[in-house]
Design a protein around this ligand. Structure first.
Ligand SMILES: Cc1cc2nc3c(=O)[nH]c(=O)nc-3n(C[C@H](O)[C@H](O)[C@H](O)COP(=O)(O)OP(=O)(O)OC[C@H]3O[C@@H](n4cnc5c(N)ncnc54)[C@H](O)[C@@H]3O)c2cc1C
Length: 355
């Protein structure tokens, strides 16, 4: 069902997914009403926002990266231009091989033409960056960037606040009631409610429990007076992301068992150990900020978007996992096309696969 231009689209959750969807609908000339809560936890506040074209232990191309990356670049650049902010930061990336198997794997990838646009040169030991230990050498990854997600989301929220259509309050599921073919929430009547609550979707009476396999992550914002990192994203066993002010972020931990948002001493120690053992000299590292959050991952590691399988007028945009900065622009575009033009949702990301 496509909403009439007179009723707003009600978007629940003003994080990365909700803000990009609201932005796209607004750009398409539609009214939106965005409900989010600054008092509730959010993954976008914790995330480094890294876009990494080659990921994981097997050093494979990130899912759908050749399609997703150009859409992400265009979207973030357009928002930068419209809102007068800088959020999209391309950055060189160096990944260190951890063992002889990594080296063999890299050799195979370098011979594979599919990887020609994402892999750069191999640097033999001692040549990538003198600050890091690299007994097996390292290689460059092309197309990496980081997106300042808190700045992006904050700017979009402010935009909709100025438009008078942003509500900073927890959404009350019990207050959403069917009203003929539409839905009623307070004084809002809408034909489409789109849930974008990230990991909090577990509490959603319609979409909760469908496919979600959340994973906690922690990162450390650090500084070290004796350490000046070049403007490069370094990926050893963990990644180090330097910022222009001299601070750098270390991340991220991964835990599917503890789903609290509380930072832990164990993750902090583990991240610091990883950074110290990656560096040739072990400078003192001061932790400026220690953040924890929950990634909205799914059991099959694919996003989940689209209409509810049984209840008309309810939709979701979720399951962005640890790659929201890469995938949210394209997924919000796909869902917008579905809402406005009834374009089909790709089966691989259709939330109805979890029924
Ligand atoms: C440690 C860590 C590191 C990460 N690093 C990266 C990275 O480098 N690159 C990357 O791409 N991704 C990264 N991610 C993942 C990224 O944060 C997510 O993919 C992305 O934030 C998901 O966006 P979302 O909008 O679905 O969820 P969120 O960003 O969590 O936003 C959901 C919003 O909905 C709100 N909400 C929920 N329920 C309600 C309710 N009832 N009422 C009102 N509001 C509600 C929440 O408070 C929140 O503001 C990382 C995540 C973690 C935890």
């Amino acid at each position: 069902m496509s909403s009439s231009p007179h009723t707003p689209y009600l978007i629940v959750g003003a994080g990365l997914a909700g803000c990009l969807l609201a932005w796209r609908l607004h750009q398409a000339g539609r009214r939106v009403h965005l409900v989010g809560s600054s008092a509730l936890p959010a993954a976008y506040r914790v995330a480094a926002g890294v876009i990494n074209p080659v990921t994981g232990r097997w050093m494979t191309k990130s899912w759908n990266i050749d399609t997703l990356l150009p859409i992400a670049q265009t979207t973030y650049r357009a928002i930068e231009a419209a809102l007068g902010i800088r959020i999209y930061h391309p950055i060189p990336e160096i990944r260190f091989c951890q063992n002889a198997d990594d080296l063999k794997r890299l050799g195979r990838r370098l011979r594979n033409p599919r990887y020609a646009n994402v892999l750069g040169a191999y640097h033999p030991p001692g040549q990538a960056c003198p600050l890091f230990t690299d007994p097996h050498g390292a290689f460059a990854i092309e197309g990496a960037a980081y997106v300042d997600l808190p700045k992006l989301v904050g700017a979009v929220q402010q935009f909709f606040q100025r438009e008078g259509c942003y509500q900073d309050a927890p959404f009350r599921y019990a207050a959403l009631r069917p009203s003929g073919p539409a839905w009623q929430y307070g004084d809002i009547t809408t034909e489409a409610v789109i849930f974008c609550e990230g990991a909090a979707v577990k509490d959603n009476p319609w979409f909760g429990g469908r496919g979600l396999q959340a994973a906690k992550g922690e990162t450390l914002l650090c500084r070290s007076p004796g350490l000046t990192l070049p403007n490069t994203l370094f990926h050893h066993t963990k990644w180090l992301l330097p910022y222009p002010d001299g601070c750098f972020r270390i991340g991220a931990s991964y835990d599917e068992a503890d789903l609290t948002e509380t930072p832990t001493t164990a993750a902090r120690a583990n991240l610091l150990d990883a950074a110290r053992s990656a560096l040739r000299q072990s400078p003192p590292i001061e932790v400026v900020e220690h953040l924890a959050g929950i990634r909205p991952s799914t059991t099959d590691s694919r996003p989940m978007i689209g209409p509810h399988p049984e209840v008309a007028g309810l939709y979701c945009l979720n399951g962005l996992g640890s790659k929201g900065a890469t995938s949210a622009p394209a997924l919000s575009q796909q869902l917008t096309a579905h809402l406005l033009e009834q374009s089909p949702i790709e089966p691989e990301v259709d939330c109805r696969r979890f029924t």
